[in-house]
Design a protein around this ligand. Structure first.
Ligand code: HEM
Length: 279
């Protein structure tokens, strides 16, 4: 047999079905990364919504993540590292998920046909998962890049100026909707897939999970919208002092003229340039 014939004869072998554990492993990794991201988003909402308890509360949360209460100095690079880790997780999770996306119009039509024929809630939820996941590729990357490159500028004024004066609120609104629907559906599908709360009556359990899923989505959407509205309100009120940093009430004696220093950043000269303004 000459070389050409050998290649032609061998081409079938490439298509030969082989047993592989990889599809299962990738599925497992996709579920695990999705779970970690969903739990992270719950924690994230807890931290960001601290603004609902007042400006001082968010200031304390932001400084805690910069290590201020552990090292006595602010290390904003910690926030950049955290954001980079989350970005890596998002990219990994998206790369695993994209395997299942319809890759051309024909596949898309076939899927839509099946969805219309079956009219099963879980199939429609899968499609919503694909659409919101696709939106998150873009929305989450922009947000994470901004946080990574501005780690020292997180705080009641700093964040509100970003949301309002730097026009990020439309992005955050879309991001909030996409992430809450995507995360809620994702957790529901995970519980069904891995049979976490199956019990003796799977139909009943599935119904209960769906109710819980909606309750969680509505709960986080309500907190998220209230948080965003608060950032917008502070952004509008503090607009005249755009660019200034927030100083918590107990550090305001350290402002210029009072001699002192507020929350020093490691490696930078001590500054007293921050102002209280527009409380
Ligand atoms: C998948 C990843 C992420 C998503 C989907 C996401 C989503 C969001 C959303 C929707 C908001 C708007 C607030 C609201 O409406 O309640 C927000 C704000 C915020 N997020 Fe994230 N976030 C992610 C990761 C991170 C990470 C890793 C950090 C920090 C290490 C972070 C820090 C912040 C901060 C500080 C704000 C307040 C606004 C600002 O300062 O720009 N986020 N995020």
């Amino acid at each position: 047999m000459n070389r050409t014939l050998e290649v032609i004869a061998g081409s079938d072998l490439v298509e030969r079905p082989r047993r592989s554990r990889w599809p299962a492993r990738l599925d497992y990794l996709q579920s695990a990364s999705g779970l970690v991201l969903a739990l992270f988003m719950w924690a994230h909402m807890g931290f960001v919504s601290s603004i609902l308890f007042g400006k001082n509360a968010l200031w304390v949360v932001a400084r805690t993540f910069e290590g201020y209460y552990f090292f006595g100095h602010r290390y904003p690079v910690i926030v950049s590292i955290a954001a980079a880790v989350v970005l890596a997780l998002v990219i990994g999770h998206a790369a695993l998920a994209v395997r299942k996306f319809p890759i051309n119009y024909r596949q898309f039509r076939t899927f839509r046909g099946h969805m219309a024929m079956m009219r099963h809630g879980d199939t429609s939820l899968w499609f919503a998962q694909v659409v919101t996941g696709f939106a998150l590729f873009f929305l989450a990357s922009v947000h994470l890049y901004i946080i990574m490159s501005n780690p020292g500028k997180i705080g009641p004024y700093e964040s509100s100026f970003r949301v309002w004066d730097q026009h990020l609120w439309p992005l955050y609104l879309l991001l909030l909707l996409a992430v809450e629907f995507h995360g809620g559906i994702g957790l529901y599908r995970l519980s069904v897939k891995w049979n976490w709360f199956g019990g003796s009556n799977p139909d009943e359990a599935r119904h209960g999970l769906k109710v819980l899923k909606w309750a969680i989505t509505v709960f986080f959407l309500a907190i998220g919208l209230a948080t965003l509205a608060t950032f917008i309100k502070i952004g509008i009120t503090a607009h005249p002092i755009y660019g200034e940093r927030y100083v918590p009430t107990w550090q305001q004696d350290a402002l210029p003229g009072h001699g002192g220093q507020a929350a020093p950043v490691a490696g930078q000269p001590a500054t007293t340039s921050q102002a209280g303004g527009a409380q």
